[in-house]
Design a protein around this ligand. Structure first.
Ligand code: ACM
Length: 258
């Protein structure tokens, strides 16, 4: 399966133009099956307050960025995971969707909000889910969720072979740390980080794909564009570590209580 990581540099608030640019990058990438775009790829990241977020958030499904990406996924017969600011009954979420050729396969609302996001979004209120991608399952977590091992573990226990991870990274720790999320769960991780500068903060790409054996399948440069790599989700199915050790069967949840 060919995976495209799209590193865009959104112009703050320019939703239509940002989605159009991301689609042009995917057009230029050639054939692939699944694209992963950054967190809040259509709006930009550094909202000043909830009022500014409300002005740019959209219903999921139904909003402008959603509709443009859904049409593109349908036209190309691909899947796309992308981070979009969501408005739902007056509440605002830092969300991401997984779209397939026939519509939405999954929606996730960021559970662990980072820093100023707490003033601009409500914490996610939906459980982690595994989306059926025809032959394998994929699940979504967003950026800062990475530092809570429970997020990736939950997705792995739900049966996900691939963790889709839209991000807007502000610290350098995440890309190498995702190797641990991959090996400790025997899954593929696909972290899509943005590039460019916004309101004085620089984002530097470096998106990564790690394999269930902790191989670095792809590390992107600090540049706009879509970068494609090949993965085989079936490699994440076996959780055997040795002849006597299975990652999930050897867990001792009864010993983990505090
Ligand atoms: C982050 O969660 N965007 C750092």
């Amino acid at each position: 399966m060919r995976v495209a990581i799209v590193q865009n540099a959104p112009a703050f608030g320019q939703v239509r133009a940002n989605v159009k640019t991301a689609i042009e990058m995917m057009d230029a990438a050639g054939p692939f099956d699944l694209a992963v775009l950054p967190e809040l790829f259509s709006t930009g990241y550094l909202f000043r307050d909830a009022g500014e977020t409300a002005a740019l958030a959209e219903p999921l499904p139904g909003g402008q960025a959603f509709a443009m990406l859904a049409a593109y996924a349908s036209k190309r017969g691909i899947r796309i995971c992308a981070g979009i600011a969501e408005e739902a009954s007056g509440r605002l979420f830092n969300s991401a969707v997984l779209l397939g050729p026939s519509g939405m396969l999954a929606k996730y609302r960021k559970i662990h909000l980072f820093d100023t996001e707490k003033a601009c979004f409500s914490p996610g209120d939906l459980p982690f889910t595994a989306a059926d991608c025809g032959g394998f399952k994929a699940g979504i977590m967003i950026c800062f969720d990475w530092i809570f091992p429970e997020a990736a573990r939950t997705l792995a226990l739900l049966g996900c072979s691939v963790i889709l991870h839209p991000a807007n990274l502000v610290f350098p720790y995440c890309p190498p740390a995702m190797a641990t999320r991959a090996i400790e769960n025997r899954v593929f991780t696909v972290t899509a980080n943005r590039v460019g500068e916004e309101r004085g903060r620089k984002f530097s790409g470096g998106s990564v794909i790690w394999s269930p054996r902790m191989e670095n399948i792809l590390t992107c440069p600090d540049a706009e564009g879509a970068f494609v790599a090949e993965i085989e989700p079936a490699e994440a199915e076996s959780k055997n570590i040795t002849g006597r050790n299975n990652l999930f069967e050897d867990r001792r949840p009864e010993m983990y209580g505090l």
